[in-house]
Design a binder for this molecule. Structure first.
Ligand code: GDP
Length: 350
């Protein structure tokens, strides 16, 4: 090492040290949500969930669904910045002999990670034999049509102003919304968005959700989205537990950065989680002291996947988690993140 090299090394070390400090203070000040705020948001979500349950039991006792439940980052301690959203899962029951599941790669659309749900045996069990036949479009169970059924009920026939005044919230359905969302104002300056998410669980445990494909809505209208959320989140957490690692912290910082930077808002928790899972296969040191290096690694990995136009799902590599981004979005994300590699602090100045 010449003294010049030593100098550069020292400077790099300082930069890393300060990035490490910046990341932790960003985490404390912007990313993590006070426990009390989270508790209030959960309370509001639970109140809403209870009302919808009571309403559906009374109004549609024969609708074949299991008990609805709340889920999402608010319940996994992975929500960031503000406690402002949750999903209300609506598990639907399908008759085994009347419906079959076709993986997206075996359809004309050829999209791994999405599925069609086809009505079977219609000649022996005519239309109407299954409750969900009313949501059948062209022989397939249409997630869009299911959302419309719930929308009519939840947005059209529940008296939210009355319930809201009892609960002391201001509640109204968000229109228009690609999924079905309720906005709940539970304090003068606090809002919670609750998404209804109809869900199908196959015999092997595969979960499909009624969340539309982002692109070319017509062509993809009947597609159900496979959900990896439960497994991918559990896996990241388990890895952290094994080695006291900072993967979840890194995820939360990444999520906050994407939430707060307009040019990164289309990146999702799932894309970040899977990038971290893939990175964990190559990178061993996830100690808290390595946060800055791993965060830079996350940015670099994202840039790499964007350049390749492909982010394989860590749990099912044939699924490309970037398949719903337009080429223009890929370019813009790649550009923003590439620039951030040389000045990562710029992402934290929000
Ligand atoms: P966050 O919204 O960025 O905080 O991330 P979450 O981890 O809470 O993910 C929520 C997103 O994942 C929503 O857009 C959901 O539509 C989608 N999602 C996919 N599968 C699931 C699931 O099984 N449960 C929940 N709650 N959300 C899911």
């Amino acid at each position: 090492h010449s003294s010049r090299h030593a100098h550069v090394d020292l400077q790099r070390a300082r930069m890393r040290l300060s990035l490490q400090e910046h990341l932790w203070s960003f985490f404390k000040e912007r990313v993590s949500i006070p426990a009390e705020e989270q508790a209030m948001a959960r309370r509001a979500a639970l109140d809403i969930c209870a009302e919808v349950r009571v309403f559906l039991h009374a109004k549609l006792p024969d609708m074949p669904i299991r008990e609805m439940y709340l889920s999402g980052s608010l319940y996994d301690d992975l929500q960031v910045v503000t406690a402002d959203h949750a999903q209300l899962m609506v598990p639907m029951i399908l008759e085994k002999n009347l419906w079959s599941f076709i993986p997206g790669e075996e359809t004309i659309m050829n999209v791994p990670g999405f599925w069609l749900v086809r009505r079977e045996n219609i000649e022996y069990f005519p239309r109407g034999s299954s409750y969900w036949d009313r949501c059948m479009v062209g022989g397939y169970l249409s997630p869009k049509s299911i959302l419309e059924v719930f929308e009519k009920l939840v947005a059209g026939s529940i008296n939210w102003p009355a319930i809201g005044s009892v609960l002391d919230y201001v509640i109204h359905p968000v229109v228009p919304s690609e999924t079905l969302t309720l906005e709940v104002q539970y304090e003068t300056d606090r809002r919670l968005y609750v998404d209804f998410l109809p869900l199908l669980v196959m015999e092997d445990g595969t979960s499909l959700i009624a969340k539309p494909h982002r692109l070319a809505a017509d062509r993809h209208e009947n597609l159900w989205r496979q959900s990896f959320r439960v497994e991918e989140t559990a896996k990241l957490r388990a890895l952290d537990q094994e080695d006291g690692g900072c993967r979840c912290t890194c995820l939360k910082v990444g999520k906050a950065v994407c939430k707060l930077n307009p040019s990164l808002t289309c990146l999702t928790a799932s894309q970040l989680t899977n990038t971290l899972l893939l990175l964990s296969e190559r990178e061993g040191d996830w100690t808290q002291e390595a946060l800055a290096d791993r965060f830079l690694g996350l940015l670099r990995a994202l840039v790499g996947h964007l350049e390749a136009g492909k982010l394989p799902c860590a749990l099912s590599p044939k699924v490309n988690l970037f398949c719903e981004l337009t080429p223009q979005e890929v370019d813009e994300l790649g550009y923003t993140l590439y620039c951030a590699l040389s000045e990562p602090e710029s992402l934290l100045r929000t």
